[in-house]
Design a protein around this ligand. Structure first.
Ligand code: HEM
Length: 136
């Protein structure tokens, strides 16, 4: 008699984007490398270098970005930061700067071995946020 209450086959629930990005610890590692890449990217480094000089503000920004990504990809975290429009209003971010940031994000996903379909999902989400971030 089978006394094991577990089903013998596992339902094929596809992993969430959150899981495909490596869950909370994977997303934290992605954010560390994305901000590092921004600080080395000639197009946008001036926006982010001030954070290198203030480690507590850098840590705060990383935390906000990580929870934004986690909440937006189906993870358990709650995002407590500003809306994208609020956060980027007054910064006058150009389309070229936006593309540079997306280039950094995609390169870091590749470096971390994130699969192509998850990369496409991130690219799609990033593209759809452009109007809430650029030229405000
Ligand atoms: C997919 C694209 C982007 C996402 C998801 C994103 C996300 C975020 C988040 C979650 C915050 C924190 C909000 C808060 O302070 O409560 C933030 C702040 C910020 N973002 Fe973005 N961002 C994006 C693109 C960009 C780009 C392209 C730039 C500039 C080149 C940029 C520059 C900044 C700066 C400077 C802050 C800090 C603002 C402050 O200290 O008040 N972001 N962003």
């Amino acid at each position: 008699m089978n006394t094991n209450p577990q089903p013998t086959t596992t339902a094929a629930t596809p992993p969430s984007l959150y899981e495909r990005l490596g869950s909370t610890s994977g997303i934290r590692a992605l954010v560390d490398d994305i901000l590092q890449a921004h600080m080395e990217n000639e197009v946008i480094k001036a926006r982010f270098l001030p954070y290198a000089a203030t480690p507590e503000r850098l840590a705060e920004l990383k935390g906000l970005l990580a929870t934004f990504l986690e909440a937006g990809s189906g993870g358990p975290a709650e995002y407590t930061g500003k809306s994208m429009v609020e956060a980027h209003t007054g910064l006058n971010i150009s389309p070229a700067e936006y593309m540079a940031a997306i280039d950094d994000i995609m390169a870091v996903l590749t470096k971390h071995g994130v699969d192509e379909s998850a990369k496409k999902d991130v690219l799609f989400i990033s593209y759809s946020l452009m109007r809430e971030i650029v030229l405000l």
